[in-house]
Design a protein around this ligand. Structure first.
Ligand SMILES: Cc1cc2nc3c(=O)[nH]c(=O)nc-3n(C[C@H](O)[C@H](O)[C@H](O)COP(=O)(O)OP(=O)(O)OC[C@H]3O[C@@H](n4cnc5c(N)ncnc54)[C@H](O)[C@@H]3O)c2cc1C
Length: 412
C-alpha cells in the first residue's frame, strides 16, 4: 500500500464506494480502509440456500431518482420495479379493513400536524393525538422508519425525509448489498480488516493510524457511522469535536431483520405482507416470500429491534413465530424455520440501524457534512439533509465528498 496516497477513504459502505467511483479515473492514488472483512457496510446480501437475502438495505427507495438504479442497469443487475406488498394486510388477518383505514387516517393526520403545525419542542411525539387509537402503531412505524420512538425524533428531520421521498420502492433481484459491494471500481487499493485506529492532524500532514502501518494522505474522506464517529474506539483529533458533537445528535436507531425459511409445501403466498400486531409498538412486520423466495422476512425497528438485540436471535425468532402463529395458525407455521438474522447493533464498527436527528438537532446534518480545512471530508447516510438513513443518500454523500476532494486537490 502506498503510504502517501492522494486520498484515503475510511469505510467501504455505500458512501465510501460511491466516493471511490467518483474519484476513479482522475489519476489519483486512492486507498480505502475497511474495518470489516467485506465491503458494503450496511449493504450486505447473504447468499443462502433460499436465495440472496439482504440483511441491511433491501429497497431502492425513491427509486425513480435513486442513482443505484442506473448503476444496476448499466452493470447488468435485474431491477424489480414495484409494487410492494406493504400497506395491505394479507386477508385482513388480525387487522380489519376499518382498522386499516383508521390507521391510515391517523398516520396522515400526524404527518399533516408535523409539517403544517410542527410542535415548538420539535419532538415528533408532541404532535401525536392524545385521544388517538393507534399510537402504538405510529410508534412501531417510527421504529421501522427512524429506528426509534417519536419521543426521540426531531419533527423537522422526520418531515424532511418524508417530504422528499417519492414512494417508489424497487428491488435488485440479486440483492442491494451485492449491487453496492460489486460497484467498488477496479484498481482501487482496498484493504479489508484494516480499521482506522487513530487520526492525527498537523498543519503539515494527516496521519492515519492502522494496524498495518501509518498512512500520510493529502486528503481523507470519513464515511463511518455516527455511532462510530461519536464512540471512543478511534483516537480522533480534538479538531473533530464539533463533528463528533453533531454525530451525538444523530444517533443510529435500532433496526434488525430475521429470515424464516419456508421448508416444504406451504400456503404462504408470494409477495404478501402482514403486520404482526398493530397494537404492539414492538411488533414485527412480515414480508412473505419476497421475490418468490421461500422465506418470510421479519423487519424490526425501535423497541422491537432493541428487544431482539437484548434477548438474542433465538428469542427473536421465537417471538416472530409466535406472532405469525397467532395470525396464520399453528399448522400453517410448522414449515417455518429460523434461517439467518442481522445483528447491526452488535457489529462493532457500525453499531445500529440508521441515523435520526434528536429533537431540535436536525441542523446537525449540515455540520456533519461540512469539511475541515479542505483536507478532511465527511460522508455517509447521516450527512444527507433529506435522504439520510438510505443507501442512495449515502451514495450521494460519497459523491459530494469526492467532488470536494477533487476541487481541493486542484487548488492546493
Ligand atoms: C436493517 C436495515 C435495513 C435497511 N433497509 C434499507 C432499505 O431498504 N433501503 C435503503 O436505502 N437503506 C436501508 N438501510 C440503510 C442503509 O443500509 C444505510 O443507510 C447505508 O447502507 C449506509 O451506508 P454508509 O456508507 O453511510 O455507512 P455504512 O454502510 O455503515 O459504511 C461505513 C463503513 O465504515 C466501516 N468502518 C467503521 N469504522 C471503521 C474504522 N474504524 N475503520 C475503517 N472502516 C470503518 C464500517 O465497517 C462500514 O463498512 C437499512 C439499514 C439497516 C440496518
Amino acid at each position: 500500500m502506498n503510504s502517501e496516497p492522494d486520498v484515503v477513504i475510511v469505510g467501504a459502505g455505500a458512501a465510501g464506494i460511491s466516493a471511490a467511483m467518483a474519484l476513479a479515473g482522475h489519476g489519483l492514488d486512492i486507498v480505502v480502509i475497511e474495518a470489516l472483512d467485506r465491503t458494503g457496510g450496511r449493504g450486505w446480501t447473504r447468499k443462502t440456500r433460499a436465495g440472496p437475502l439482504d440483511l441491511g438495505c433491501g429497497w431502492l427507495h425513491s427509486a425513480d431518482r435513486n442513482p443505484w438504479v442506473g448503476i444496476a442497469e448499466r452493470s447488468g443487475f435485474e431491477v424489480v420495479r414495484g409494487p410492494t406488498a406493504w400497506g395491505s394486510q394479507f386477508q385482513d388477518l388480525g387487522f380489519s379493513p376499518e382498522e386499516q383505514r383508521s390507521v391510515r387516517e391517523e398516520s396522515s393526520a400526524l404527518f399533516e400536524r408535523l409539517s403544517r403545525w410542527p410542535p415548538a419542542s420539535d419532538r415528533a411525539s408532541d404532535a401525536l393525538d392524545p385521544h388517538g387509537r393507534w399510537t402504538a402503531w405510529l410508534q412501531a412505524k417510527s421504529g421501522f422508519g427512524n429506528g426509534d420512538e417519536l419521543e426521540r425524533i426531531s419533527a423537522r428531520d422526520y418531515v424532511a425525509y418524508e417530504s422528499s421521498s417519492t414512494n417508489h420502492n424497487w428491488r435488485v433481484s440479486s440483492g442491494y448489498g451485492t449491487l453496492i459491494s460489486s460497484s467498488m471500481p477496479q484498481g482501487v487499493d482496498v484493504h479489508l480488516n484494516t480499521p482506522l485506529q487513530s487520526l492525527g492532524l498537523s498543519w503539515r500532514r494527516i496521519e492515519i493510524g492502522t494496524p498495518v502501518g501509518v498512512l500520510y494522505p493529502r486528503t481523507v474522506i470519513i464515511t463511518v457511522s455516527t455511532d462510530a464517529l461519536s464512540s471512543d474506539a478511534i483516537a480522533w483529533p480534538q479538531e473533530f469535536d464539533p463533528w463528533r458533537e453533531a454525530a451525538h445528535k444523530l444517533p443510529l436507531g435500532n433496526n434488525e431483520k430475521l429470515f424464516l425459511e419456508i421448508v416444504g409445501r406451504s400456503d404462504f403466498q408470494a409477495e404478501t405482507y402482514v403486520v404482526g400486531n398493530p397494537r404492539d409498538p414492538a411488533t414485527g412486520s412480515y414480508y412473505i416470500r419476497p421475490l418468490d423466495m421461500p422465506v418470510v422476512e421479519c423487519f424490526l425497528g425501535g423497541a422491537g429491534a432493541r428487544r431482539a438485540e437484548q434477548e438474542g436471535a433465538q428469542a427473536a425468532f421465537d417471538a416472530a413465530l409466535a406472532q405469525l402463529r397467532s395470525l396464520f395458525g399453528h399448522r400453517a407455521c410448522k414449515c417455518l424455520k429460523p434461517l439467518v438474522s442481522s445483528d447491526w447493533a452488535g457489529t462493532a464498527p457500525i453499531g445500529g440501524g440508521y441515523s435520526h436527528a434528536l429533537p431540535t438537532h436536525a441542523e446537525a446534518r449540515d455540520k456533519l457534512a461540512s469539511s475541515l480545512d479542505a483536507r478532511v471530508f465527511f460522508a455517509g447516510e447521516a450527512t444527507h439533509a433529506t435522504d439520510f438513513s438510505t443507501a442512495h443518500g449515502a451514495f450521494e454523500s460519497g459523491r459530494r465528498a469526492a467532488l470536494a476532494v477533487i476541487e481541493s486537490l486542484r487548488c492546493p
